[in-house]
Design a protein around this ligand. Structure first.
Ligand SMILES: CC(C)(COP(=O)(O)OP(=O)(O)OC[C@H]1O[C@@H](n2cnc3c(N)ncnc32)[C@H](O)[C@@H]1OP(=O)(O)O)[C@@H](O)C(=O)NCCC(=O)NCCS
Length: 286
């Protein structure tokens, strides 16, 4: 593992629940027509996310901003060169992460393939194990078991959702590590510019958010009491979730997250994801 040069220290900027009203989802963050009305830290977050998710991972531009952005807290990591230098380079945003508060949408459907349309998750279809699929993409009467993240892509077949399929927006289901009811926060959109990877910036960003959650466990209740009270039947008790891209499993495991086998595997913009949870001890002050 590489380490940052001794004189380079990361520091973060923070913004809570930025308005996204002026943000045009179909324009790049560098060419927002109403840039002056957009929070600078949020715009920096979108620049990093654009470089990583849109350019590198080929997620469609219009899918990046979603309905969770204006209700989330965002952090942006910058690099300092340790001196009085305030050059553009030392001010560069190099990483970002967000914390999405409860209420959360129900857990993803195992095997489902999602896309974001107008900021909201929509099921495009689902992946099934090839041998279980019938002719012409029709599934057999017995539903096939959903594929897991260890199923090779070559064994999968895509079955498009019927256009009139209605998504279940009802109560959440219980998984291995979540009872379907307890309020939890979700870390997401973590991204570090490729040139700066491997320097533990990702770890630093996650740790920064975990420390913040521990120090501010009632933040979201106070920020939007109505939303919190509407769904949270019990108090927030330090439960943190990530919807992890499968390749980042080791990254999160190192930080203490555990795979929720019951949540299954699903695909977002073609990228396989799994659910992982971490329980913060809110009484333990470090
Ligand atoms: C995931 C990501 C944020 C990690 O950032 P980073 O600054 O490079 O991570 P760190 O330097 O803190 O890595 C810490 C550990 O995680 C491992 N790790 C990081 N990214 C990994 C990846 N993509 N696959 C496997 N292991 C990874 C590192 O090897 C290191 O472990 P090690 O010490 O055992 O080698 C970065 O790779 C990234 O932006 N990826 C593209 C966007 C993405 O996939 N985001 C995750 C969405 S869930």
């Amino acid at each position: 593992m590489a380490t940052l040069p001794a004189h380079s220290t990361p520091f973060t900027h923070f913004v809570a629940c930025p308005s996204t009203d002026a943000y045009v989802r179909t324009s790049e963050p560098w060419s927002q027509p109403r840039e002056a009305e957009i929070d600078k830290t949020f715009l920096d977050a979108m620049k990093v996310r654009h470089s990583v998710f849109i350019v590198e991972q080929k997620v469609p531009l219009e899918c990046e901003l979603d309905e969770d952005d204006p209700r989330s807290c965002h952090w942006v990591a910058h690099m300092s060169d340790g001196g009085a230098n305030t050059s553009a380079m030392s001010q560069q945003a190099v990483g970002t992460i967000r914390v999405v508060p409860y209420p959360q949408v129900p857990h993803p459907v195992p095997g489902a393939a999602y896309t974001i349309a107008n900021g909201v998750n929509v099921i495009k279809g689902r992946w099934v194990i090839k041998a279980e699929a019938g002719k012409d993409g029709e599934t057999s009467k017995v539903p096939p078991p959903p594929p897991t993240y260890t199923t090779p892509q070559s064994q999968l077949e895509f079955v498009p959702a019927s256009p009139d399929a209605v998504e279940d927006e009802g109560e959440d289901r219980a998984t291995s590590l979540h009872d379907g009811k307890e309020p939890y926060v979700k870390l997401g959109r973590i991204a570090v510019l490729s040139y700066f990877r491997g320097f533990r910036l990702g770890q630093y960003l996650v740790q920064t958010t975990l420390d913040w959650i521990k120090a501010n466990p009632t933040f979201f209740d106070e920020h939007d009491p109505e939303a919190a009270a509407a769904t949270a039947k019990t108090k927030f008790n330090g439960l943190v979730c990530v919807h992890a891209q499968v390749h980042a499993l080791r990254f999160y495991t190192r930080l203490g997250f555990v795979v929720d086998e019951g949540m299954g595997t699903w695909w977002e913009e073609g990228i396989p994801h799994i659910g992982m949870f971490l329980r913060l001890d809110l009484n333990k002050k470090e």
